[in-house]
Every structure is written in structure tokens, then in C-alpha cells.
Design a protein around this ligand. Structure first.
Ligand code: AR6
Length: 169
């Protein structure tokens, strides 16, 4: 797994993951950036999907993106931490990996799901994301996973978590 700072819309991978909302009809943040870069065909494809429940994921083509596909997942809105947020966030990653397996995808790029508009504290989200990615990689060796962090502080938070997990093992 690789952690980088950058713009996920520029990733040349089999699929980039979108942190969408349950309508799948676009929004701000990484969702807005992905729709702008992919072009209007992405919204047309999303309209046919009938939305997506929190924790689940759906796949579309990538259209004008360098990525072949977009996996749209819907993270939990942070409501204090006692509303199954951790479990639902973990389920997002698992749903994305299940789709990747189903479509035989070899390279994926994830943003930091739920830690923007949805308010999930990044210090709590990062260990969940990294644990799920590590488990998926252990089960699926040829897969390459990049986590693309938008800000330097976000990158440092993920790096610290990855190093801490390495020390514990
Ligand atoms: N590349 C990588 N990461 C990005 C990019 C980018 N181009 N742009 C933003 N981020 P958010 P959420 C980071 O708010 O919290 C949308 O309106 C951002 O800095 O995009 O899951 C949807 O439609 C943050 O660290 O997603 C939903 O309504 C991370 O991506 C809602 O926001 C996630 O922030 C979903 O909220």
C-alpha cells in the first residue's frame, strides 16, 4: 500500500473510489472533483443506479478519467461515534474490495472516506481505513492500493497510523 498527497482524479489505476452520498447524484469535495473530471456521462450513469445505501458501493465506468472505473461508496455521517460509524466506514472499504474482486481489478485508489463534509475525525478514520486495506491486501496479493490524501496534515495522520500499526506487529 502506498500513501501519497495528491488529487485522486489524476490517478491512472483500474478504479478510483468516490466518497459519494446516497443519491449518487454528485456533490462537493472529492465527489464534485471526480464528476468534473469524468464529464457529464458519469452523472448519467449514476442516475441509472438508484442510489446507494451507506456502507455499500456501486461501480461505473470512468469516462474522461485516467481511471477505467469509479467505485462510488457512501461513508457514514459522523454523529458522535456511537451510531455504528466505525462499522459503517469499515463496510465501505470492504464493499469496494468486493467489487474490485468481482471485476478483477488490480489497482485501486482511495480518498479518505467520510473525513471531509461528513465530519468523521481523521485520527479515528485512518486506522480503520488502513486495517481494512491491509486485510484486503493479505487476501488478494496482486492488488495495488494507493490512498490519496488531499492535504499534508491528512497525509501525515495516515503515515503516523501506518507506522504505529507496523510497530505493533
Ligand atoms: N482528491 C483526493 N481527495 C480529495 C479530493 C481530491 N480531488 N477532494 C477532496 N478530497 P469529502 P465525505 C478529500 O467531503 O466526508 C460530498 O459532497 C477531502 O479533503 O469529499 O465522505 C458528497 O457528495 C477529504 O479528506 O467526502 C457527500 O455529500 C476527503 O477527500 C459528502 O461530500 C473526503 O471529503 C461526502 O463526505
Amino acid at each position: 500500500m502506498t500513501l501519497i498527497r495528491g488529487d485522486i482524479t489524476e490517478m491512472r489505476v483500474d478504479a478510483i473510489v468516490n466518497a459519494a452520498n446516497s443519491s449518487l447524484l454528485g456533490g462537493g469535495g472529492v465527489d464534485g472533483a471526480i464528476h468534473r473530471a469524468a464529464g457529464p456521462e458519469l452523472l448519467a450513469a449514476c442516475r441509472t443506479l438508484g442510489g446507494c445505501p451507506t456502507g455499500e458501493a456501486k461501480l461505473t465506468p470512468g469516462y474522461n478519467l485516467s481511471a477505467r472505473f469509479v467505485i462510488h461508496t457512501v461513508g457514514p455521517v459522523w454523529r458522535g461515534g456511537a451510531h455504528r460509524e466505525d462499522e459503517l466506514l469499515a463496510r465501505c472499504y470492504r464493499s469496494c474490495f468486493a467489487l474490485a474482486r468481482e471485476h478483477a481489478l488490480r489497482s485501486l485508489a482511495f480518498p479518505s472516506i467520510s473525513t471531509g463534509a461528513y465530519g468523521f475525525p481523521i485520527e479515528r478514520a485512518a486506522p480503520i481505513a488502513l486495517r481494512e486495506i491491509r486485510q484486503a491486501l493479505a487476501a488478494n496479493a496482486p492488488l495495488r492500493v494507493t490512498v490519496v490524501l488531499f492535504g499534508q496534515r491528512d497525509l501525515e495522520t495516515y503515515q503516523a497510523c501506518l507506522e504505529a500499526a507496523g510497530r505493533r506487529r
